[in-house]
Design a protein around this ligand. Structure first.
Ligand code: HEC
Length: 455
């Protein structure tokens, strides 16, 4: 929501109140579901609140929505719905889901006046969803059927799917759809070249067989070795907090599935390249507590660029992998630092932690010494890990230092904390931790090739 837009909407809300007061009772038309509330739900809510999707109830029809009227009023008044976790005073985002004050006022008025249906003929057409997708894919690439054994606790599977693309393709919109939401904890899909596949499989096997200097493996997950020196303040460390030798790296991720994550919708002209012949690596984190083996077929849906691509998007994954969160510590600070090796255009941000994550913010220190807060998630929630796409992309010059500060709550006061008595280090299982800030970026100079959309 742009600042100017916020001001205008605020004025509209105030105007509406003034009008209502001046008109007195009877002068203002009754607020109804069909005419006033359904358009708000269709625009802001039903993407999740339709049958068989992530939300516990549908808000599509009056019959579906009516029993939830009071709960809806409360959720929108407290702004717990729609979910949005970035501090609205830091950065302006294209996918900002927050309701305008006027919409909240409409819902309040609807509920206060008895949550009436009104005339069904006033209903706008309901949005259409396709087989679980929240976008309309041009292609769908799925993993082969994967058996997820009963009792599988925390397993990271790496599954490689050939794209079969015979020319370079440009991804504008993509979504990872879990085959079985009950066992897919998260999934990250990245683009890898055909010759990188055996290499990365060999690496994984080597690490399963004994790990390396820094990591060891139990079952199908990795952990940091306890003897690795602790670095909480990554900014005081030569590597910025990353594992020695690993560095902060560039990844090509068309989409991820994380709790509460909607499709990645890149701005017009910005797209991610899948070179001809590439594979997609599905890194899927499974946990099966259902008491029976199930078959999963997680898939990615891709919508190719419809217009010429001027900016190729990739992401820096900036980590502190060396922290230690003491048992019981309710406010443990961890930082990471990364200095941009070239001019880049900032496109989107993602904060990634596990259950003990409390807050994260990233500040830029520009080469001229100016500081600017870029991004802040003041109340991190593991169940809602959105990617925040900037309304206006902007240049971060070479030499800009990105300082990310996270706080973790390893105390008994954190209801999600799996075990406050444990000292926590980096680890793939959700009951260990991660501290990642991902910056989706493009090169400043337009991509050499101007793709035509690659369809
Ligand atoms: C990105 C997906 C998403 C969007 C968008 C969304 N919701 Fe939700 N909503 C959920 C999920 C998932 C839950 C259940 C988990 C939770 O409560 O956090 C939920 C829970 C709720 C609840 C609480 C139900 C209860 O058990 O009390 C209400 C009320 C609600 N949503 C209303 C709305 C309204 C109104 C909107 C739009 C203005 C909206 N939601 C937008 C996903 C979403």
């Amino acid at each position: 929501m742009a600042m100017a837009g916020a001001v205008v909407r605020m004025a509209m809300a105030l105007g509406w109140c003034a009008l209502a007061a001046a008109g007195g009772t009877g002068a203002k038309p009754e607020v109804t579901f069909s005419r006033d509330v359904a358009p708000i739900f269709y625009r802001n809510c039903v993407v999740c609140h339709h049958p068989n999707d992530v939300a516990p109830m549908s808000l599509v029809t009056y019959k579906d929505a009516r029993p939830w009227a009071a709960a809806v009023r409360e959720a929108v008044a407290k702004r717990t719905m729609p979910p949005w976790h970035a501090d609205p005073s830091v950065g302006v985002f294209r996918n900002d889901a927050r309701l305008a004050p006027a919409d909240i006022a409409t819902i309040e008025e609807w509920v206060k006046s008895g949550a009436k249906e009104g005339n069904p003929a006033d209903l706008p057409p309901a949005p259409v969803f396709h087989d679980g997708w929240h976008m309309q894919p041009d292609v769908v690439l799925a993993i082969p059927p994967e058996q997820v054994a009963s009792g599988a606790q925390d397993e990271y599977e790496y599954i490689y799917v050939p794209t079969g693309f015979t020319e370079d393709k440009w991804v504008q919109v993509a979504e990872v759809l879990p085959g079985d939401r009950r066992v897919v904890h998260h999934a990250t899909v990245s683009v890898v070249s055909a010759d990188a596949v055996p290499k990365s499989q060999a690496n994984r096997e080597k690490s399963a067989a004994g790990g390396n200097k820094y990591r060891y493996t139990t079952g199908k997950v990795q952990h940091l070795r306890p003897e690795v020196p602790v670095v909480d303040d990554g900014c005081a460390d030569a590597g910025g907090g990353a594992l020695p030798g690993e560095g902060q790296y560039v990844n090509r991720v068309p989409a991820i599935y994380l709790p509460g994550h909607l499709p990645e919708v890149r701005p017009p002209g910005y797209a991610l390249k899948i070179p001809a012949g590439s594979y997609l690596q599905f890194q899927i984190h499974y946990s099966n507590r259902l008491g029976k083996t199930v078959t999963d077929r997680t898939a990615i849906g891709i919508q190719f660029a419809r217009e010429p691509v001027t900016h190729e998007v990739a992401q820096y994954e900036i980590w502190n992998n060396l922290f230690l969160i003491p048992p019981g510590d309710g406010d443990h600070r961890v930082t990471s630092c990364f200095t941009l090796p070239k001019d880049v255009t900032a496109v989107a941000y993602t904060a990634h932690m596990h259950y003990r994550g409390k807050s994260m913010k990233t500040e830029a220190i520009y080469p001229d010494g100016r500081h600017e807060m870029l991004f802040s998630v003041p109340k991190y929630d593991f169940h809602w890990q959105e990617t925040y796409f900037l309304e206006r992309q902007f240049v971060l010059p070479k030499g800009t230092k990105l300082v990310t500060t996270a706080y973790f709550d390893n105390s008994v006061n954190n209801p999600l904390n799996p075990n406050p008595a444990k000292a926590i280090r980096w680890g793939e299982p959700s009951d260990e931790e991660m501290m990642g800030f991902w910056l989706a970026f493009s090169d400043v100079s337009p991509a050499g090739e101007r793709a035509s959309g690659g369809r």
